[in-house]
Design a protein around this ligand. Structure first.
Ligand SMILES: [Zn+2]
Length: 394
């Protein structure tokens, strides 16, 4: 959807992070028709903008809007029983996905759209201005396409960017034969494309798809002009990261069990490493060291919520950033960059994730006067206003 966007001046910014120049103190931003036209110190603000709508940031810090590059935001039902079971010591298993699939198949299109729209609304309130949404709880050609239609409808209802990903290869459904299902996923690719999916993703792990199956699906998707993503090395080291490097996937996501050799291969192939620390916490994997390992290998990092009912029921990018810092040990600036510019890199976009001239006017006004407080103040929202294409939300 083409968004003309609004005019807006944000003034009285205590600290402005653009990622295109050092943090600017006592700053202002001018957005024209939804696009960043000017950033700088308040005292240099051009006089001719005086009649544009304004936000007074009141000395608060401003960041680019968050780019949540990995979510499964369309689902029905609950995974409460899985969650409670895990707290009494049960291990996470991808088999639990089938209960969400049953509930999602049984839900109407309107129910799916309404609940997903609520989740996207929560994401916006937490500062997300670009979100990737995967299918993957339908697992038949018909139900996967229904979910992609819901994603397309959501994209049409918001000025925010919604990127659509076909994840027919989430797990092999309990009611299908393995090789026949892989064939069905591949056969559905052209229809998924017509429903607006730009990306194809595969969950490659024990209990999901093997490396050979993932290679077949992703190679076919590449032939259909999809960008490639992969859920890799979440539960075991099973070869998904090496496959991501081999196929030059745009992103490899999770990577909790990645090796140094894998990390070097990802960096060399330019694959963005998407960290999903909420899932690492939620599955109780207690694995945090992969972020440093991937960073040391020279990978571009992104941070995402992985918003889903089973392993990361969370719409908040600030919370994902808090875990990236406090769990994984990333410095504040590295984690915030990964949650904005890194997410944009994982979606191959250069119009979001930063506030340089020409970027979309997507930004967040924080509650505090320093961006480190967004990480340090646990349990607080931390977000005062979210602006999408020059239009303040709410
Ligand atoms: Zn996921």
């Amino acid at each position: 959807m083409t968004v003309p966007g609004g005019d807006l001046v944000v003034r009285n910014i205590g600290r402005l992070t653009t990622w295109r120049r050092p943090v600017i103190q006592d700053a202002a931003v001018i957005i024209r028709a939804g696009i960043v036209e000017w950033t700088g110190e308040s005292r240099e603000l051009p006089a001719q903008v005086r009649d544009a709508p304004e936000i007074d940031a009141g000395g608060a810090a401003v960041l680019p809007g968050f780019v949540d590059c990995h979510t499964h935001a369309v689902w029905a039902g609950t995974r409460r029983d899985d969650f409670v079971g895990r707290l009494s010591g049960e291990a996470y298993s991808p088999a639990g996905i089938m209960s969400t699939v049953a509930a999602t198949r049984a839900a109407t299109d309107d129910e799916l759209r309404a609940t997903a729209a609520e989740r996207l609304g929560a994401m916006h309130r937490h500062g997300t201005t670009t979100v990737e949404v995967k299918s993957g709880y339908g697992l038949t050609a018909h139900d996967e396409c229904r979910i992609l239609d819901v994603v397309a409808a959501l994209a049409g209802e918001t000025d925010a960017i919604v990127e659509s990903t076909y994840l027919g290869a989430h797990v092999v459904p309990a009611d299908a034969a393995r090789s026949a299902y892989v064939d069905e996923v591949i056969a559905t690719l052209p229809e998924a494309k017509r429903r607006g999916a730009r990306w194809c993703d595969v969950f490659c792990d024990e209990g999901a798809f093997t490396v050979d199956e993932a290679r077949r699906i992703l190679t076919a998707a590449r032939d259909e002009d999809f960008g490639l993503r992969i859920h890799a090395e979440q539960l075991t080291n099973s070869g998904g990261a090496a496959l991501a490097a081999e196929l030059a996937c745009v992103s490899a996501d999770h990577l909790d069990h990645v090796t140094t050799e894998d990390a070097r291969a990802l960096a060399a192939a330019g694959v963005v490493a998407v960290l999903v620390p909420v899932a690492s916490l939620y599955t109780r994997s207690q694995r945090w060291g992969h972020a440093q390992l991937l960073s040391d290998a020279g990978c571009t990092l992104a941070v995402a919520t992985d918003c889903n009912p089973g392993t990361a029921w969370c719409e908040s990018m600030p919370y994902a950033v808090q875990l990236a810092c406090l769990g994984m040990g990333l410095p504040v600036e590295v984690a915030l960059r990964a949650a904005t510019e890194g997410g944009a890199r994982a979606l191959r976009r250069d119009d979001v994730g930063h506030l340089g001239r020409g970027a979309r006017g997507d930004l967040v006004v924080l509650d505090g006067d320093h961006e480190a407080d967004l990480v340090g103040h646990l349990g607080a929202s931390g977000i005062n206003r979210t602006v999408v294409a020059g239009r303040p939300l709410g």
